[in-house]
Design a protein around this ligand. Structure first.
Ligand code: GRF
Length: 209
């Protein structure tokens, strides 16, 4: 990307889209020096598409194909092609419920990030805040990481803790985790857009600003 051009984001999600919305807000206000080039979902009626369309963003449903947890070959090609046509610099997963592997990660090497609602490597997988509550830990949190071939295993970009309070229900804890997510994901995307984060093996290095 030349320094003249705006850094372009492709956001993928399957759910309500609160993180995508927070990032779009950050772009609109200038806090994130980037633009949302396209929003894609594997769920036709997902809130993330509705919210994006309400903002006038380019938002598309792509049929994921016959599998439940991954994209079939045709769908993978369609996602890659749409992101390439939108000239995205960074693929931002925001509640995208399918595993991305192989060709997708080769094409967008070191350019796919995800947000996970726990302090990885604790509690990977689904409903991580419930896992933390059930386990009885006193602190959980949020992790932003690069995506690799594993599940929630890529190099960590940023983390923030969230305390688990006495009497917390899963809903109360999830609300605080999501508030933290919106702030941390926006901060991480802004740093990546400014070219302030580099990945070296498992380490990520933040340039001092
Ligand atoms: C977030 O909690 C994120 O950590 C997880 O999926 C959820 C997406 O929420 N990966 P939203 O659709 O951004 O509201």
């Amino acid at each position: 990307m030349s320094s003249q051009q705006t850094f372009r984001l492709g956001i993928l999600g399957s759910g309500k889209g609160s993180n995508a919305d927070a990032i779009a807000d950050g772009c609109a206000s200038g806090k994130i020096p980037a633009q949302v080039a396209v929003v894609l979902s594997d769920v036709a009626e997902a809130g993330i598409l509705q919210k994006a369309r309400a903002r006038g963003l380019n938002a598309k449903f792509i049929d994921p194909g016959k599998f439940r947890t991954k994209l079939d070959d045709a769908a993978e090609v369609a996602f890659i092609k749409t992101l390439q046509e939108a000239k995205v610099d960074l693929v931002v997963l925001a509640g995208f419920m399918r595993i991305l592997k192989g060709e997708f990660l080769r094409v967008f090497k070191d350019r796919v990030i995800n947000i996970h609602p726990s302090l990885l490597p604790s509690f990977p997988g689904l409903d991580a805040w419930k896992q933390a509550l059930d386990y009885g830990v006193k602190h959980t949190g949020v992790t932003v990481h690069f995506v690799d071939q594993g599940i929630d295993t890529g190099p960590i970009i940023a983390q923030e803790t969230v305390a688990i309070l006495q009497g917390d229900t899963a809903e109360m804890l999830h609300k605080r985790i999501q508030e933290t997510e919106h702030r941390l994901y926006s901060k991480a995307v802004a740093a990546l857009a400014r070219g302030e984060v580099q990945v070296r093996g498992r380490q990520t290095i933040w340039k001092q600003s």
